[in-house]
Design a binder for this molecule. Structure first.
Ligand code: UFG
Length: 328
């Protein structure tokens, strides 16, 4: 596939693995990232990198023209459920307002294809699992709502301008490639926290709530390997080229509870994860499990690493290689 792709948020966790995959697929890539969460060293030095804001229309339209970009993959966003409940205005500003300016810049530069990082967070507390894309969307946290609102912005922009758009609703990204992994500061995601607790670089882990309506009382999530997520973006670019627009879930269709993750982290690392129960975290739905059949049927995408221990094993290996995370 030879095309030129702008990756916003390409220095972040899922973005950086996707940049690797795009390069392997012979795409030309330019990365735009404000480095608020991303890491400069997660992007290979021979990939054009611009430190800047997706809301800067002049900068972005200039970049699109200069690099003769034909598609955008839009990762850049604030993405923490807990934080979103404390900073709603910042989340809507980043994820909706600035994202809309990115669309204006695309329109100004005549770029009409976008893959958008959406989230299982759009569903809120689902009536049943596995969740189909047609399920009701009633987010229970600010983060999920910003993603749902931006999906709507894309739909309206498409009717007005002919934009082609694919929104990928990720369930819980996990794992690592050999060079790129998860490094947030502070870390708030379950798997890296469990592995840090196993490695002894943090004292332990608090399980947020044990009174959910699930078999062991802890929240259930559908963990999906970041390498598989990245492959779905390549498939989405192809689908856009074929004239398709749409919304697709990306998950394995399997749920794992917080306690399942801890047990797997212990098995993979061969070490104990010290943990205790604490109160619920605000905004957490009890169960999020995907049906990704539509992505399989229409995008021809299939997860290659569906096994939780495979994902956690890849994250553990990355952590052994980079015990302090990225150097910057
Ligand atoms: N959890 C704990 N203790 C911790 C951290 C997390 O018990 O120290 C629990 C959470 O309460 C939740 C589960 O582990 O039940 C997973 O939590 P994460 O923070 O790892 O992930 P989230 O499910 O909150 O959110 C992630 C992404 C979102 C995305 C969502 C989709 O961060 O961007 O998956 O399911 F929207």
């Amino acid at each position: 596939m030879s095309s030129s792709v702008l990756v916003t948020g390409g220095a972040g966790y899922i973005g950086s693995v996707t940049v690797e995959r795009l390069l392997t697929a012979d795409c030309r890539v330019v990365v735009l990232d404000n480095l608020s969460k991303g890491h400069r060293s997660a992007v290979p030095t021979d990939v054009p990198f611009v430190s800047g804001d997706i809301g800067d229309i002049e900068l972005v339209s200039g970049l699109l023209r200069e690099h003769e970009v034909d598609s955008v993959i839009h990762f850049a966003a604030m993405s923490l459920v807990g934080e979103s409940m404390e900073k709603p205005a910042e989340y809507y500003d980043n994820n909706v307002v600035r994202g809309s300016r990115l669309l204006s810049a695309m329109s100004a530069a005549g770029v009409s294809k976008i893959v958008f990082s959406s989230s299982a967070g759009v569903y809120g507390e689902p009536a049943s699992v596995p969740i189909l894309e047609t399920a009701r969307t009633e987010p229970v946290n600010v983060y999920g709502d910003t993603k749902r609102v931006f999906e709507r912005v894309l739909e309206w922009q498409a009717s007005a301008t002919g934009l082609r758009h694919i929104s990928l609703r990720y369930f819980n990204a996990a794992g690592a490639s050999s060079d790129c992994g998860e490094d947030h500061s502070p870390e708030s995601h379950l798997i890296p926290i469990a592995l840090q607790a196993a490695a002894g670089t943090r004292s332990g882990l608090t399980v947020f709530g044990n009174d959910y309506d699930t078999p062991d009382g802890t929240c259930i999530r559908d963990y999906i390997d970041v390498r598989d997520l990245s492959d779905a973006h390549i498939a989405a670019l192809k689908a856009l080229d074929e004239g398709r627009s749409g919304i697709y879930n990306l998950g394995n269709g399997e749920g794992a509870s917080v306690l399942d993750v801890i047990e797997t982290a212990e098995a993979v690392s061969g070490k104990k994860v010290p943990w205790e129960y604490g109160p619920r975290r605000e905004g957490d739905p009890a169960r999020l499990v995907a049906s990704a059949r539509l992505a399989e049927e229409e995008l021809g995408w299939q997860p290659l690493h569906p096994d939780l221990s495979d994902m956690i094993g890849a994250a553990w290996e990355w952590m052994q290689r980079f015990p302090d995370g990225y150097p910057d």
